[in-house]
Design a binder for this molecule. Sequence first.
Ligand code: BTN
Length: 287
Amino acid sequence: MNQHDIAQSSQTEWMGQEIFCYNTLDSTNVKAKELAEEGYPSGTLVIAESQTAGRGRRGRDWNSQEGTGIFMSFILKPELTSEPAEQNPPGLISASAEQNQSGLTIENASMVTLVCALAVSMGISQVTGAEAQIKWPNDIVMNGRKICGILTEMSVVSGKVGHVVVGIGINVSNLQFPEEIANTAGSLYTETGKFFQRAEIVGAILEKFETYYALFLKTQDLSLMQEEYNGLLANRNREVRVLDPREPFEGKALGITEKGELIVETPQGKQMVSGGEVSVRGIYGYV
Ligand code: BTN
C-alpha cells in the first residue's frame, strides 16, 4: 500500500491530502504527533506496514505484525494551518476545512473517537459488504469479534486543544491471534473468508470521516449522527456490565446521548456512562 493507491481510492477535500507511508514505525500515533508539532495540517495521514510498539487503549499493546493489518493515524487541529497557501495541497482550503476553524474544544474532543468509530464502521461495511458494528464507545466488531481499535490522543496547549491524533488499527488478513485475545479478536478475513485491498478500506474511511466530522463540527455534538451510530451499536438492547472503578453495575444498554454517553437502564433508573476510565462488557460474551 502506498500514497498513490490510497489517493486513488479516496475523493476527499482535506483528509489524507498529505500521506506518509512507512515500512516500520514504533507507532503511527507517535509519528503523527511529531508531524503535528512540525506544523503539518489537519487530515495528514501516517500509515505503517508494521509497528514495533503499537499502542492500544489503557496502556495495552496493539498486535501490529507486518502484512496483517492497517495501522494508521491522522492529525486533527482546531484551526487551519498557518503555512503559506502555496504549500497547501489543492483543496485543503475548502468549505470542510474552513469548518475546522470553529474547532475542537477539550470538552468535545472525546466525541471525535465516536465520530471515527462510525466512519470506520461505515467504511469497512462499504468495502467488504459485511456489517461492521460498534461496541461502545469505539471498538469495531464483526460477528461479535473485535476487528478494529481506535486510540485518540490529544495535546493541550495553554488550556486549549493543540492537536488530536486519531489512531486506527484494523485486523485485515490475520489468520489467528495470540492466545490471550483468541476468544475475542477477529480479522476481516476470519469473519468474511475474503481478503481485501487495504488501500480501498483506508480510502473509504477517509471519505466517511470527512463527512461525519463536518456534521460533528456543525453542532459540536453527535446529534446529526446519533441515529446512525445507535443503528450500528452492537451493545444495543443487550445486558452489559459497566466496569466503573468506583462502583461497577449492570443494566441494559439503550443507545448513546448527543454527547456520546452510553444510556444504561438499571432497576434504579437510567444511568449515563461516559468513556474515559469506564469500560463496558457484555454479560453474555464480549459485546
Ligand atoms: C485499542 O486498544 O482498542 C486501540 C488500538 C489502536 C491501535 C492503533 S494501530 C495505529 C495506531 N498506532 C498506535 O500505536 N495505535 C493505534
